[in-house]
Design a protein around this ligand. Sequence first.
Ligand code: HEC
Length: 105
Amino acid sequence: MKFKSLSIAAALILPLALSGNAMALDGSALFQSKTCWSCHGKDAKTPILPVYPKLAGQNAGYALQQMKDIKSGARANGQSAAMKGVMGLVSDEEMAAIADWLATQ
Ligand code: HEC
């Protein structure tokens, strides 16, 4: 009896713990905390300079690849150097969460 209620408790807590982990990667919150907004705008479509891109509504797969390429230096065209410094703060998982969020904007 005791064992049964324990395993029920575990079954209830485990998915909560897992979803809590996924929620820690909130693309919107990361976009703010990693300072992306300071160049791309709080709404991701009001860049501070006309030569900086709008990101809102971009395809997630494309946005993620551009972030990875700017981070690695594979993409070094145009104004990419401006962004490269900040990418050291962002993991692949965080980039993916941000890219998914951007696609919904
Ligand atoms: C210091 C300014 C700056 C910061 C901070 C910055 N970016 Fe950028 N970002 C740029 C610039 C400039 C470009 C365009 C580079 C070029 O000219 O090719 C760019 C390009 C991009 C692109 C590719 C857009 C496209 O259409 O190809 C994505 C996606 C992106 N940034 C996401 C982010 C995310 C996410 C963050 C935060 C982790 C971030 N940026 C932080 C300046 C910045």
